[in-house]
Design a protein around this ligand. Structure first.
Ligand code: TRP
Length: 343
């Protein structure tokens, strides 16, 4: 057993696994929607945090960009406080068991189970020129990610709940057909999952794949970029600074200010009572810029140290592989694959 395994057996910590695709620059939404809670979970759980590069090629990627965004994503994880000592930080394609288990699970999944997935239907629409089998089987690979590590909890956004349901169904089906093999994972939806909306269209979620960068605050944006983007964002009619469903633009700015300063919504409304939209935008811009800047600085430091990033990834891949191979070995045995004799 490795040291991590020994300490986890002793403390009986529950296991968590989650991942983000390296298919674009990470945003303030990833920071407060995922990474912040991942950091908090590190001490109390046995955490596996992955960069889901296998998933990302279900949509065409430029190879050089994919390579560099993979390292960008690692550096962002680290800058946010993910610690390679306290968790297992790795790249999905470095651990071959993900693809291997996915194949076995493919053979346990009905076509209808995949074709009814909302995300598949959406992506098939937005990438109608490339509706490939990988896009269809995407949630099965995700199930493999989760089941390989016997994860108890999977922190994900609401949009991933359906995929989690499939992971549970596949685990149950396999366990029932053979014998107990996989733990049934539960979704873990963070309590303070503030939804950050697009800056130019605050009725849509801020998304890293939005082609218009003016809609997005990236973790690697400079202070000036953040201040300018917020200055130019769309607000609503009226003059009041108040959270309200009919004020999506102002509500989004209040949310951003709340994230950056940790002040309560009530206090924010009081603080800006009677103040104009222009001044409010300026205050939000400055606060968000100050919030992101130290993370950006750390990000650049890590990103410029490729040697260290490579070492972290090889350490992570080894730790992940040592667990994943055990699950895969059991699975291969149960399905009846003839084992290779080791002399
Ligand atoms: N599908 C997830 C997303 O787009 C990313 C992902 C891949 C993932 N494998 C995972 C998330 C396993 C949680 C667990 O957000």
């Amino acid at each position: 057993m490795t040291n991590t395994e020994i300490s986890n057996t002793i403390t009986n910590k529950k296991t968590i696994l989650s991942g983000i695709q390296p298919s674009g620059k990470l945003t303030i939404g990833h920071l407060c929607g995922a990474l912040d809670s991942w950091v908090k979970l590190q001490n109390d759980y046995n955490c596996f945090y992955m960069i889901a590069d296998l998933h990302s090629i279900t949509v065409r990627q430029n190879p050089a960009s994919l390579r560099s965004q993979t390292l960008d994503t690692v550096a962002i994880y680290l800058a946010c406080g993910i610690s390679p000592e306290n968790c297992t930080l790795f790249v999905q394609s470095h651990v071959p068991e993900h693809s291997q288990l996915a194949w076995v699970l493919n053979c346990f999944t009905g076509m209808g189970e995949c074709s009814k997935m909302t995300q598949f239907k959406d992506k098939a629409k937005s990438h109608s020129d490339n509706i490939n089998v990988g896009l269809f089987a995407y949630p099965i690979l995700q199930a493999a990610d989760i089941l390989l590590y016997q994860a108890d909890l999977v922190p994900v956004g609401e949009d991933q709940k359906q995929h989690l349901e499939l992971s549970r169904n596949l685990a149950q089906r396999f366990n029932h057909y053979y014998s107990d093999t996989f733990k049934l994972p539960e979704p873990y939806i963070p309590k303070v999952g503030a939804r950050i909306m697009s800056l130019q269209d605050p009725t849509k979620k801020m998304s890293k794949s939005d082609p218009n960068e003016k809609n997005i605050i990236f973790i690697e944006d400079t202070k000036e970029q953040i201040i300018n983007k917020i200055k130019r964002c769309v607000t609503d009619s009226g003059t009041e600074i108040k959270l309200s469903p009919d004020k999506p633009g102002i509500s989004n700015l209040i949310t951003l200010y709340n994230i950056a300063t940790k002040k309560s919504f009530d206090n924010i409304e009081k603080e800006f009572y009677g103040i104009g939209y222009g001044d409010f935008k300026e205050a939000v811009g400055l606060a968000v810029a100050d919030y992101i800047d130290p993370i950006r600085t750390k990000y650049l430091e890590y990103r410029n140290n490729k040697k260290m990033l490579n070492e972290i990834l090889s350490y992570g891949a080894e730790k992940a592989h040592s667990i994943a191979m055990k699950t895969l070995r059991k699975v291969y045995k149960k399905v009846g694959f003839y084992p290779l004799e080791h002399k």
